[in-house]
Structures are given as C-alpha cells and as structure tokens.
Design a protein around this ligand. Structure first.
Ligand code: RFL
Length: 428
C-alpha cells in the first residue's frame, strides 16, 4: 500500500493499493475521498522514461508527486522501443542511483560495423572517445526499474488514467483532471505539471495555439520500417548496411531479441511488408563477401513505419507546465538519442522544479527549455549526419557518390572516425 501525503495540505489525500494484476489502483474502500480535489506539488503526465526519471528525483527530494499514465503497468513494462543508451543518459541514471538494472544486465557497446559495397568495416568509436561507450538495455526493462524505484520512494502512479485534461496552466495552482481506473473522474490541484506524455500526448496540445515555436524539417522521402524479432542477434555489434537497394540496420536488444530497420519510402504501408519480404530484403541488403549468415526469427510485433521527420517545439514551458522528452520534439531514431534526451530532460526538469519549490529559486526553470533544447539540437545534428551516412538516395547518383566519399573517409581517416565517435556518443 502506498500513501501520498500532500505537502500542500499536510493531509493524506489518496490511498492506493497494488491490484493482483500489478496495476496500481485506488482503494475501493475510500469512496468518500475520491470526489474531493486532490493535491500534489507536481503532477507528471506519462510514465515513460522522461516522466519516471523526473518523478523519482522529485519524490526522493520530498516533493509530493503524482504520475498519471494512460496505459496499464503491464503495458508500460513490456512495450519494446529503444535499446541503445549513450553515456550521457547512463551518467544521469548512475548519479541518481537508477542504474542497477542497466549495470547488471546491460551490454556495453564499443564498436559498430558498416557494410558498404559488400565489404564490412568496423568503427571502434569508443577508442576514439576515451572509452566512453553505449550500453544496450531494453527500454521496457529500464521503465520497469524506474516504476519500482518511484514506488519504493513513496510515489503514487495512477495507471489506466484516461481523459486527462490540464487547466489553469498560467495560474499558481494548475489542475489536472482525469478518469481513474475505477471510472471516477478526479481533479488534482498542483503547483507544477510535467508534460512527459510523448509525441501524441495531451500536454503539448493543452498549450494555446501560437504559444510554441515549431521548427521542423520537412519532407524526408524516407522512413524506416522497424522490425522486432525473437532471434538472437547475428552480430555482436550494430550493423549499418548500405546497399544499392537502400539502408538496412541490424540492432541489438538482448540475447533473444533483435531489432532491424529497412529504409523504405515515407508513404510505405507496413501491411505491404509480410515477414518473408522483410527477411529477404534484410538478407540482400546486409549481404557481405564474408562467411556471415543472418538468423531469422518470428516477428514480435507488426512492423512499424517510422518517419524521419524532425520537429522541435520551443519553449518547453508554458506557465506552470513543463514539457519533457518526446512531448517537446521528435528526433529520428537513427542515432538512438530519443530516450537519452528524455532521461536527461527528466533530470533537468526535476532539479528546476525542486529549486523552485524548495528555495523559491525560479532561475533553473527559466533556463530549463534552452538547456534541454540545446542538448537536443546537438543530438539532432548527430542524427542528421548519421542519416546522411546510411540512407541511400536511390534516385540521386550525385548524392550517392558523396555518400561513398563519406563512408570511405569514415573507414580510412582517424579524424573522420573521431568526429563520428563524438557525435555518436554525445550529448546523450
Ligand atoms: P514515451 O516513452 O513515449 O512515454 C510517454 C508516456 O506517456 C503516456 N501517455 C499518456 N499518459 C497519460 N495521458 C495521456 N494523454 C498520455 N499520452 C501518452 C504513454 O503511454 C507513455 O507511457 O516518451 P518519453 O518518456 O519522452 O521517452 C521518449 C523515448 O521513448 C523515445 O524517444 C525513444 O524510444 C526513441 N527511440 C530510441 N531512443 C534511444 O535513445 N535509443 C534507441 O535505441 C531508440 N530506439 C526509439 C528506438 C523509438 C522507436 N520508436 C518506437 C519510435 C526505436 C524505435 C523503434
């Protein structure tokens, strides 16, 4: 059982229990209290990496925090997404005592492989970066660990919270209203709201039109078909395959699971890609003049078309609402930066809000958006460069010749490899 004592009111305002299916739900024996407005210093919308990192840090600093998540606990702890975390993100987790699972089960990743003209070459990027390296750790495991850490610090999560609405964002006491898992609508008064509900969430959409600048890169003709398969990786390092038919990527998840990407046209319908076609294309695009074989396995979820659009919303603050992670941007997954940025945003947000609540110091809040988006633009540059390195401009022979030069420089020039390493590993 978890109790949440409101720092504002000083009274216990909600009582929750763990349901047998692992969901956290309101106690059914407290009907009189449900309709009362609840208070929390900070309401976090979304139990993804951004929201949970922020919530744990705040809760551990004694800030009364409530997390609202529209999905079930089982869903957030099993939803496969990212796998590769850069050193900046790992640092954030380490310094907040949130890296136990990652340290125990994560696999360090120091080198990656490129395949070009059927020849493989390896970039030892960690060697060029003083040993800084990635860790491969499935995002759902990270989320499960963060949920446990947050609950252990006395935080409250309302899973299956639907129809979330945000109000009074420019007042000192913004409110969040939602329908809880028991079907009751509840309203929570807060001092800050952390909008960490991803790209399609409600937080950013609650900000009046025109209050945010929207900077986007228009119209990449390419998308990546993302495929998750139940098969041990056929490699111990990420493979970026550049072929005359387009890019193919072989990513790592764990010893039973692999992620693959195929460059496809942006308008592609995933339904046109049955698994036989996917495997055939992966075999062709990853082919190399060496003794190597790609192992196949059943797909774990329907393939997903990920566009290469890039999109930033600035500032990441409107009154008492702070956006974090994918709620404030979309960075293509090419350089594997999205989860790392979300983790870093979560920490920056928590420290800024804690300074405002504990010390009445609003300067970190004022600097919040610029600090996060400056980091994110660096990551965007890395992502753009990587896309130029691996996506093949199928109908543009001029661009393809330049790509050949870039890949040859990466293979032969230590300076080019060091430049690649820096961008691949930083800022997160
Ligand atoms: P998330 O993870 O989307 O979490 C948002 C949470 O908010 C909930 N939610 C709501 N809750 C309440 N009310 C609402 N109205 C709500 N609407 C949504 C959602 O259910 C969810 O639980 O956002 P966050 O925390 O900002 O984290 C962002 C990262 O998840 C994302 O950037 C990465 O997954 C991107 N990404 C990768 N990033 C990396 O750093 N390394 C990688 O290797 C990597 N691989 C990937 C990726 C993204 C991928 N996809 C699916 C786009 C691979 C793929 C295929």
């Amino acid at each position: 059982m978890i109790k949440n004592r409101s720092a504002l009111s000083g009274e216990t305002v909600a009582t929750t229990q763990s349901a047998p299916d692992g969901r956290t739900a309101l106690r059914p024996d407290a009907p009189a209290r449900r309709s009362r407005p609840q208070r929390a210093d900070v309401v976090v919308i979304g139990a993804g990496v951004a929201g949970l990192v922020a919530a744990v840090i705040l809760a551990r600093r004694g800030v009364d925090t409530l997390v609202l998540e529209c999905a079930s606990r089982a869903r957030v702890e099993s939803r496969p997404r990212a796998g590769l975390l850069g050193p900046g993100a790992v640092d954030v987790l380490e310094r907040n005592g949130l890296a136990d699972g990652l340290r125990a089960e994560g696999a360090p990743h120091h080198n990656c492989e490129f395949r070009h003209r059927r020849q493989a070459f390896i970039v030892e990027y960690a060697r060029h970066a003083g040993g800084r390296h990635h860790v491969v750790y499935p995002q759902q495991k990270l989320v499960a660990g963060l949920v446990a850490a947050y609950l252990a610090s006395g935080g409250v999560i309302e899973f299956d919270a639907t129809d979330v609405t945000l109000d009074a964002l420019t007042s000192d006491h913004p409110t969040v209203s939602f329908v809880a898992a028991d079907g009751q609508r509840r309203t929570v008064e807060s001092r800050f709201i952390a909008g960490c509900d991803g790209h399609h969430g409600v937080s950013r959409r609650s900000i009046p039109e025109g209050a945010l600048r929207n900077t986007r890169q228009h119209g990449s003709p390419w998308a990546w078909l993302a495929v998750l398969a139940a098969v041990a990786p056929s490699t111990d390092k990420i493979i970026y395959g550049i072929s005359p038919r387009g890019f193919a990527g072989h990513m790592l998840r764990d010893h039973r699971t692999s992620r693959f990407y195929l460059q496809v046209e942006a308008a592609t319908d995933a339904a046109d890609w049955p698994s036989e076609r996917i495997w055939e294309e992966l075999h062709t695009r990853l082919a190399v003049d060496a003794d190597w074989k790609l192992a196949e396995g059943p797909l774990l979820e329907p393939p997903n078309v990920i566009t290469m659009d890039s999109l930033f919303y600035e500032p990441m603050r409107f009154g008492r609402l702070l956006l974090a992670g994918d709620a404030s941007r979309r960075v293509p997954p090419a350089a594997a930066k999205g989860a790392g940025l979300a983790i870093a945003d979560g920490e920056t947000l928590a420290l800024a809000v804690a300074a405002a609540l504990h010390n009445s110091d609003e300067r970190p809040l004022d600097a919040y958006s610029e600090a996060c988006q400056a980091r994110a633009w660096l990551a965007q540059e890395a992502s753009t460069k990587l896309l130029q390195m691996v996506n093949v401009e199928l109908s543009d022979s001029f661009a393809r010749r330049l790509q050949d030069v870039r890949l040859d420089r990466l293979r032969t020039s230590p300076v080019a490899a060091a430049e690649f390493a820096e961008q691949y590993l930083s800022p997160v």
